[in-house]
Design a protein around this ligand. Structure first.
Ligand SMILES: C[S@@+](CC[C@H](N)C(=O)[O-])C[C@H]1O[C@@H](n2cnc3c(N)ncnc32)[C@H](O)[C@@H]1O
Length: 212
């Protein structure tokens, strides 16, 4: 049974995500932009944004000219993404779907992007299932964020757990662990967005399907 604790079904939690700190939002979108610069533009047209949350990546992808599809298991998240897309005269392509079991054909997309979800899963089984689904529906590339194990914030959270017992909700992982999750699906690391793993928890990696 997969972990469904982080689904944004209710309007309040979905709406809250639209009010993230502008600087943090811009910093993250810059990382997304740098990740997509690693993908050869001639090879990538159809892109899946999974999960889309309230649609900020879907909108960015549509503005960049990609054919965007998006999924989220939060009903409000899907609704807000479609509103955001249609407000800007883009097609409403967000669908209510479970990322662990998506209703898309194998290799339906040239690339998929999974931003700010993986770190919510502690169980390796959940991590494996998520990566397997992303690799299944993508024919060439997967762009994914993860949390660095040795960032100041991760270390502070671990210390707070020791001192106060407050559980840590984020689950950092090493890049080698992440590479290991992709390996069985014949995806290899193409590159990472360069940010200090000590100063920033959030890291972004790009994987490419090997020709083998
Ligand atoms: C932290 S948000 C990130 C959204 C988006 N990628 C972004 O960066 O703005 C995580 C999203 O994952 C969705 N989610 C959690 N579990 C899911 C699942 N099993 N299938 C699809 N979406 C899921 C939540 O509803 C939420 O909208």
């Amino acid at each position: 049974m997969q972990n469904y604790e982080r689904v944004k079904s209710d309007p309040v939690s979905a709406e809250l995500y639209t009010k993230r700190k502008p600087r943090k939002h811009q910093f993250e979108m810059q990382m997304v932009s740098e990740a997509f610069q690693m993908l050869p533009s001639a090879e990538v047209k159809a892109v899946l944004d999974a999960p889309c949350g309230v649609g900020r990546l879907s909108l960015w992808l549509a503005q960049k000219g990609f054919e965007v599809s998006a999924v989220d298991l939060g009903e409000s998240a899907v609704k807000l993404t479609n509103e955001l897309l249609s407000d800007q005269s883009f097609k409403e392509t967000a669908q209510w779907q479970d990322i662990f079991n998506m209703q898309f054909a194998d290799g339906e997309f040239d690339a998929s992007v999974c931003f700010r979800l993986l770190h919510h899963f502690k169980e390796v089984g959940d991590q494996q299932k998520l990566i397997a689904e992303l690799c299944r529906v993508s024919s060439k590339y997967v762009v994914i964020s993860y949390f660095s194990t040795y960032s100041v914030t991760s270390l502070r959270r671990r210390l707070r757990k020791v001192l106060t017992g407050k559980p840590v909700k984020q689950n950092p992982m090493s890049l080698s662990h992440l590479k290991g999750l992709f390996e069985p699906h014949h995806y290899e690391l193409l590159g990472t967005v360069k940010r200090s793993g000590f100063l920033h928890s959030l890291q972004v990696a790009v994987f490419k399907k090997s020709s083998a």
